[in-house]
Design a binder for this molecule. Structure first.
Ligand code: DLL
Length: 442
């Protein structure tokens, strides 16, 4: 077999020096690229120009990165209000692709890419995959959904750019996916963590041991997942599970990714500017404090985003990582502010419940939170499956144990329903973790 040399197969995708630029070099590059981005927004999108004028900030006046903080935030409804293409700086005739979020309520969020945008996205996803341990010549089983969702095509283009061959299976048809994995022996698996777990379960039901498949690296993202879920997936599939982050409004997968140290996800600062703000006041928070992640794009042509409120809750650190990469580290995204529940005054994210439940003896890693209103108070019921070898007589003791741990670790009183295996719906993409039965306001 002839091994492709990485340098040839990866083309221009990898520039290790860019991942290790000094803070001064990064800041200078960011300032330069921010000016270009602001100029383009000013010249092509009246809405941006009016907001910059109102803030008294002309692109040519930008002296330092902190000047950006004079601009107001962009939020998801701004995209919806300009549906479909109102915030694009380019006519649709000059674009190369459109993606959109499914939009559970109202209109979808539509995003556009020039050829150059797709090129940079492929580079950044290739960089992310390499950072995660994928290499040119690898076979990549891509179970992210293809279509308007950015996961499928984003991972596909990144893998191709890195010099990998892609099996573009998309989500669903799990038995067939398992068969393909056992026949083709891919080294890399791309999927949401919840779907990876669903694959592990189906494989076990088929009597197949994925640990013998040759899979070595899993690129998992698109939804929050806990350290406990990582251990579960690694044990059952036998690979190294790596966290990859992104969002369609900013680009898609590959905005940030863990490296070999797995001590936070490197956010690619040569292309994005990251801030963390206090959710309530909007004020920037110092590194290390938990708040909402705000991202500004520095190289997006078709749809530049200025101070976009992601609604994702996290912390960042700019301390140098042991891998030598200098780019900011985003510590695991614990959840979206939209998904935060307030149960009797206590803030709860589904991922916190996951962290407590997954790996508890007797419980399977399949769960859903059901929120309802009892009188004036919100009530949290957690439905979680028992492992197949547990008899029903044992369910009450498992429930009591889980109630105790959720109360003592998260500080919230929850009702726990331990259910028979297979009772909780399985995901083929992003898992639905919360069923909200509360009456709608208004
Ligand atoms: O989920 C892009 C993506 C695809 C990322 C594949 C990673 C892998 P959207 O559908 O626009 O894009 O959803 C973006 O998903 O704001 C987060 O709330 C959540 N999310 C994405 N990655 C992670 C992650 C894609 N690693 C929204 N951890 C984001 C936690 C994540 N949440």
């Amino acid at each position: 077999m002839v091994a492709p040399t990485e340098a040839v197969a990866s083309g221009n995708a990898l520039h290790p020096a860019q991942e290790k630029m000094s803070r001064d070099e990064l800041s200078a590059l960011q300032l330069d690229r921010l000016r270009t981005t602001l100029r383009s927004a000013w010249n092509h999108v009246p809405w941006h120009r009016e907001r910059m004028q109102a803030a008294g900030l002309h692109p040519d006046d930008l002296r330092e990165l902190a000047d950006l903080q004079r601009l107001p935030f962009t939020v998801k409804t701004d995209l919806r209000d300009h549906y479909p293409f109102g915030l694009f700086t380019r006519p649709v005739s000059s674009l190369a692709r459109i993606h959109a979020s499914s939009g559970t309520t109202g209109k979808p969020t539509v995003v556009g890419y020039t050829m150059g945008d797709l090129d940079r996205w492929a580079d950044l996803m290739a960089r992310s995959m390499h950072c995660a341990g994928a290499r040119a010549g690898d076979l990549v089983h891509n179970a992210y959904g293809y279509g308007l969702f950015t996961g499928g095509l984003g991972a596909h283009d990144g893998a191709t750019r890195l010099g990998c061959a892609v099996v573009p299976v998309s989500g669903g048809g799990t038995e067939r996916q398992i068969a393909l994995i056992m026949d083709f022996h891919p080294r890399v698996l791309c999927a949401t963590p919840s779907y990876a777990l669903a694959m592990a379960e189906v494989a076990e039901q088929m009597g197949v041991d994925l640990r013998g498949s040759g899979l070595a690296v899993g690129m998992f993202g698109a939804e929050p997942w806990s350290a406990a879920m990582r251990e579960e997936i690694e044990a059952r599939i036998g690979l190294r599970a790596v966290d990859v982050y992104g969002l369609s409004e900013i680009m898609g997968p590959g905005v940030a990714c863990e490296c070999e140290c797995r001590a936070g996800l490197h956010g690619w600062e040569d292309h994005f500017l990251f801030e963390v703000i206090d959710r309530d006041t909007g004020k920037p928070l110092p590194d290390g404090e938990a708040g909402e992640l705000v991202i500004t794009t520095l190289t997006k042509e078709a749809l530049p985003m200025l101070r976009y409120r992601t609604r994702d809750i996290t912390r960042v650190t700019r301390e140098r990582c042991d891998c030598g990469r200098t780019h900011v580290r985003i510590l695991r995204v614990t959840g979206r502010s939209d998904d935060m529940l307030i149960i009797r005054g206590v803030n709860v994210y589904p991922s916190q419940v996951e962290a407590v439940l997954v790996g508890r003896p007797g419980l399977a890693p399949h769960y859903q939170l059901v929120v309802s209103r009892q009188g004036h108070l919100d009530h949290l019921r957690v439905e979680v499956e028992a492992l197949p070898d547990i008899s029903e007589d044992g369910y009450p003791a498992l429930a009591a144990d889980a109630v105790h741990h959720i109360k003592s670790i998260i500080g919230v009183s929850a009702e726990i329903a331990v259910l028979a295996p297979g009772s909780v719906p399985r995901s083929q993409g992003k898992a639905v973790r919360v069923r909200d039965l509360r009456p709608k306001e208004g």
